[in-house]
Write a protein of this length. Structure first.
Length: 180
């Protein structure tokens, strides 16, 4: 009986060693997978950082500034890359403007300028449809007209769908489809 117990113990030990070897193989597999995934993520993060820096550092601030200048009657023209996005610089202050220094209308115009600049940078020839929901509601008539001219320019290479419940006179100069 002693030999049988010894044999059982040997078998159990062999089973445990086999299971342990299997677990060690799985651990090695997952460690290798983690190393590869970490390396890929590092490369993708670096590529994203270079792409964002290339866009924001060179071309995009100029485009945003051009659109914003058109929208604001040249009141805001100096846009620079800064931090996580763009900064609108004040010539008077010599510093970037804080978002709360903008009127609601100027804020809307800035965001529209950023969207138009991104679309121009990413799609230089044929632009995708641009969907807007009442983007001009906070604009005075002069800026509303300027923004509509910007959107009309965009519409020469892409479609603009502007949804509104407003009936501003400036809209009458542009082709519309009224749903009622």
């Amino acid at each position: 009986m002693h030999a049988t117990a010894e044999a059982d113990l040997q078998n159990q030990r062999a089973d445990v060693e086999e299971q342990l070897a299997g677990v060690e193989r799985q651990l090695q597999y997952w460690q290798q997978r983690l190393r590869v995934d970490t390396e890929i993520r590092t490369l993708l993060d670096a590529a994203r950082g270079r792409a964002v820096a290339d866009l924001t550092g060179r071309h995009l601030p100029h485009l945003v500034g051009r659109y914003l200048a058109q929208a604001t009657g040249n009141r805001h023209t100096d846009v620079r890359a800064g931090g996580e996005g763009f900064e609108v610089w004040s010539a008077e202050k010599g510093t970037p403007l804080e978002l709360d220094e903008f009127s609601t209308g100027t804020r809307d115009q800035f965001y529209l300028a950023v969207r138009l600049a991104h679309l121009e940078a990413l799609f230089p020839t044929e632009r995708p449809p641009l969907l807007l929901d009442d983007p001009l509601v906070h604009c005075d008539p002069a800026r509303r007209g300027a923004l509509l001219r910007l959107l009309a320019d965009y519409a020469t290479t892409g479609q603009v769908l502007l949804f509104t419940c407003q009936d501003f006179p400036e809209y009458r100069e542009h082709p519309t489809l009224v749903l009622g």
